[in-house]
Design a protein around this ligand. Sequence first.
Ligand code: CMX
Ligand code: CO
Length: 148
Amino acid sequence: MTGSFAANSLSSVKLLNLDHVAIAVHDLDAALAGYRSRYNVDPLYRETIEEQGVEEAMIPVGGSFVQLLQPLGPETSVGKFLSKNGEGLHHVAYAVASIEKALGHLEADGARLIDREPRSGGRGTRIAFVHPGDLGGTLIELVELADG
Ligand code: CMX
Ligand code: CO
């Protein structure tokens, strides 16, 4: 099967890196203290993103990050997730070179997009989400880094 992927517009959707794995938590300070104590790691970035309804911290792990997400309120998407599921894995995020090209390919391939246009993420990134019902029950985020 490996060879059969070659013709599928791979240049437009090449996944450059596992940018981050996001974990929803009730208490960001407590989660960061736990990561520091257990794994001796600290966040490189921490910011509130009002439009996404979250405060997030990014802990570097090799070439990727663990993104800890605390909802700003119970009616946000992460707040609803937490009340339904409790703390746990929320989404995985893949870095792409061009988010427009990736979205164009996914739309043409019939993917169930949440975002047809990119929105702003943390670290000056541009991001877009693909619905968890599209593939593998997993919410997927595409990330175009600020510096490409
Ligand atoms: N992973 C897997 N499934 C999820 C999910 C997640 N993260 N979030 C919700 N779902 C599931 C729910 O369990 C539910 O499943 P059932 O229909 O089987 O019950 C279904 O999706 C709908 O859930 P809902 O609570 O009714 O939530 P909404 O439909 O209002 O929204 C979603 C779901 C994914 C469209 C919404 O959360 C969204 O748009 N997410 C993208 C934005 C986001 O999450 N931003 C925060 C992260 C910010 C960042 O990364 O910086
Ligand atoms: Co994310």
